[in-house]
Design a protein around this ligand. Structure first.
Ligand code: NAP
Ligand code: ZN
Length: 363
């Protein structure tokens, strides 16, 4: 493969090998991208592993009308690596440390959201990729890359007992499922549904199980039944089976919907008990119909949730360390990333791809 060079108007920068999509129709292919020289509050990280999230695929293919993609697009926001350089004001990390970066690399730090530790809802949040890059111009480039330079506040610690390839997906799939479960009070004895056993769904099952909840998985894939039980589910429902579904009407405290494509959410709302909540984390682009009566009759609520704040992400990582939780990963070289996207679209992955970034060397 040939490598494309992307120029930038930046003053002080380093180069990094990466994989990018040049358009919504293009496969990901090798490129060289600029990274800024670390400033005084910055940490430069040599990336070891980067998970593949379905959001990467939505973005590469420009599937979200609310967040149009700017090309070239270097995705990747489940990043684990080793610190290679730190700025003079950095206090929490030193070269050689293991460090992690999730979906955000900056925010304004002053707004009510940032003050509440909810940087993901800051009006000026910079996501790890496809956000305006205030340092180099253009947009931010993500973790399908040799290295990344990130402000210290957005760099996380990985508990030393966790396998690094399996820990990478915690930075998005882990926090995106942990945060709403904490917000909606998932604790011991609560009945929790998880819709869609993909990357996010399988993390939700592990985390809800560790919280002591009674976990029911809803899947369209009968061949995932055994896995779901091994991952920590107490029951598995094949969602196409109306009889199986009807046995759970009015019974759930909380349901997390982690489905990446269009589906009928009313079917699941009916399974909530009085005052039960269903939270959407799955992000298909098309609006979904909600029947008023699915909500009214039992004062049910429907919500959404976006990743989690930095402090909560560290809390989640520490929780996973204590409970020995990582993602079930298939480790692949970066050269297999386009094939991995095809497999993700067929729901043919158990349950997260984690890219071994040392494979970039051969580009
Ligand atoms: P994934 O690994 O591809 O899993 C998605 C799962 O959805 C599949 O494994 C499948 O589970 C189910 N599914 C797929 N197509 C379906 C269909 N047509 N009807 C019903 N079920 C279907 O994706 P992921 O990485 O977990 O991400 C899931 C979604 O969450 C994506 O839309 C992603 O963009 C979004 N996301 C949101 C946030 C946030 O902060 N809110 C963060 C990360 C990701 P079964 O085989 O079990 O049915
Ligand atoms: Zn993600």
């Amino acid at each position: 493969m040939t490598t494309t060079q992307f120029s930038s108007e930046a003053h002080s920068q380093i180069k990094a090998k990466a994989f990018a999509a040049a358009s919504a129709e293009s496969p990901l292919s090798p490129v060289t991208i600029p990274r800024r020289d670390p400033g005084e509050h910055d940490i430069q990280i040599k990336i070891l592993f980067c998970g593949i999230c379905h959001s990467d695929l939505h973005t590469v293919r420009n599937e979200w009308s609310a967040m149009p993609t700017v090309y070239p697009c270097v995705p990747g926001h489940e990043i684990v690596g080793r610190v290679s350089k730190v700025g003079s004001a950095v206090t929490k990390f030193k070269p050689g440390d293991i460090a992690a970066v999730g979906c955000m690399v900056d925010s304004d730090g002053n707004c009510p959201e940032c003050q509440a530790g909810l940087e993901q809802y800051c009006p000026h949040v910079a996501f790890t990729y496809n956000s305006p890059d205030v340092h180099l111009g253009g947009v931010t480039y993500g973790g399908y890359s040799e290295n990344i330079v990130v402000k210290e506040h957005f760099v996380l610690r990985v508990p030393s007992n966790l396998n690094l390839a399996g820990a990478a997906p915690l930075l998005c799939a882990g926090i995106t499922t942990y945060s709403p479960m904490r917000h909606w009070g998932v604790t011991k004895g609560k009945k929790v549904g998880v819709v869609g056993l993909g990357g996010l769904g399988h993390m939700a099952v592990k985390i809800a199980h560790a919280f002591g909840a009674h976990v029911v998985v809803f899947t369209t894939s009968p061949n995932k039944k055994e896995d779901a039980l091994h991952l920590g589910a107490d029951e598995v429902v094949i969602s196409k089976d109306a009889n199986e579904m009807s046995r759970h009407v009015n019974s759930f405290d909380f349901i997390l919907d982690a489905v990446s494509a269009e589906h009928d959410i009313n079917t699941y709302l009916q399974l909530l008990r009085r005052d039960g909540n269903m939270t959407l984390v799955g992000a298909p682009d098309k609006p979904q119909a909600v029947a008023a009566f699915s909500l009214i009759m039992k004062r049910r609520s429907l919500s959404g949730s976006n990743i989690g704040g930095i402090a909560e992400t560290q809390e989640m990582l520490d929780f996973c360390g204590k409970n020995n939780i990582t993602a079930d990963v298939e480790v692949i070289p970066i050269q297999k990333v386009n094939e991995a996207y095809q497999r993700m679209l067929r729901a043919d992955i158990k349950y997260r791809f984690s890219i071994d970034m040392s494979s970039l060397k051969s580009q």
